[in-house]
Design a protein around this ligand. Structure first.
Ligand SMILES: [Zn+2]
Length: 313
């Protein structure tokens, strides 16, 4: 390649990115080695029976973000309720799962104190920080403190999705810990990813490849896919895309009963109760709403389910 060609190639790459967007991350990705595709009917057959997995939801950080991101303010229910954009207090959670044989897992990471102390050093770009008020995060229990309280080593992280507030604990996650995501979560191209791509890559740098759950069409057609995570019916990953391309929810069978972790397919109690999907930064509102309705129908069939939303109790 001659020196003359280089600027042209850079320009061509820039134009392609602007037209097509990019994936959320270019971190290596592979199919998950664990987890068996199953049917929502098989999940529903067992979910009301007490299960073996201990689950603790930890508020890792208090935060405040615009309400317009948390619920779709253009939805008829939000207009009817007179909701206007405002700063809304939220929490950033990590959920700790203890499986009696398989060990300790996190659903999402919580927040690393290192990231709040020096966001630039840990990889959050200046551009991203202009749109994401990371300085407003107030740590309650850092990811490092959550890991220090585990009885043993962390065996894996199951992500609901890869938005920055769900991977903010990555600076504390050891490099050898397996990481699991929904289908196409990191790879589907979207213009908005231009703002997060570099920061997401930085937070994942040096970590294990991302393993995509092997979601298959649900034979019972309730969800876009269900995976039996440990192949023992104790934890299920449920494909609920819309907020992001590969958003996943998790159904955990605990000794106290079933718990549904919706991730950001539903951020708030208000959104759940009024059947309104998240607002800004949502990839596909219609698909998100459809999957929110599917989760509400699941809970209507199994009212014992304790539902935990993405950012509020
Ligand atoms: Zn979130």
């Amino acid at each position: 390649m001659t020196i003359l060609h280089k600027p042209l190639i850079v320009l061509a790459v820039a134009i392609t990115l602007l037209v097509q967007g990019c994936g959320m991350s270019s971190h290596p990705v592979a199919q998950a080695v664990q987890g068996k595709p199953t049917s929502s009917a098989d999940m529903e057959r067992v979910l009301d029976q007490p299960g073996p997995v201990q689950l603790e939801t930890i508020n890792s950080a208090d935060w405040a973000v615009p309400l317009a991101g948390l619920v779709n303010l253009k939805s008829p229910a939000a207009i009817k309720a007179g909701l206007k954009d405002r700063e809304e207090p939220i929490q950033v959670y990590a959920h700790v799962l203890q499986h009696p044989q398989r060990g300790s897992f996190l659903v999402d990471t919580g927040v690393s104190a290192k990231l709040i102390a020096d966001p630039g050093k840990e990889g959050l770009s200046w551009l991203l920080r202009q749109g994401m008020p990371i300085e407003k995060m107030k740590i309650q229990k850092s990811t490092a403190d959550i890991l220090a309280a585990l009885p043993g080593k962390l065996s894996g992280v199951f992500f609901t999705h890869l938005h920055i507030d769900h991977i903010s604990g990555m600076p504390d996650i050891p490099n050898d810990v397996p990481l699991y995501i929904g289908k196409s979560e990191s790879t589907e191209k979207n213009l908005i990813n231009l703002f997060v791509h570099g920061s997401t890559n930085q937070l994942l740098q040096g970590k294990q490849r991302l393993q995509e759950w092997r979601f298959q069409p649900d034979p019972a057609q309730q969800f876009e896919g269900v995976v039996d995570v440990f192949e023992d019916g104790s934890v299920f990953a449920i494909s609920v895309p819309g907020h992001t391309a590969g958003s996943a929810a998790y159904l955990v069978r605990t000794p106290q009963g079933p718990v549904l972790l919706t991730g950001d397919a539903c951020h708030t109690r208000w959104g759940w109760e009024h059947t309104v999907e998240p607002g800004d930064y949502t990839r596909d509102n219609e698909r998100n709403l459809k999957n929110l309705i599917s989760m509400k129908k699941l809970v209507a069939r199994h009212p014992k389910i304790d539902v935990r939303f993405g950012h509020q109790r």
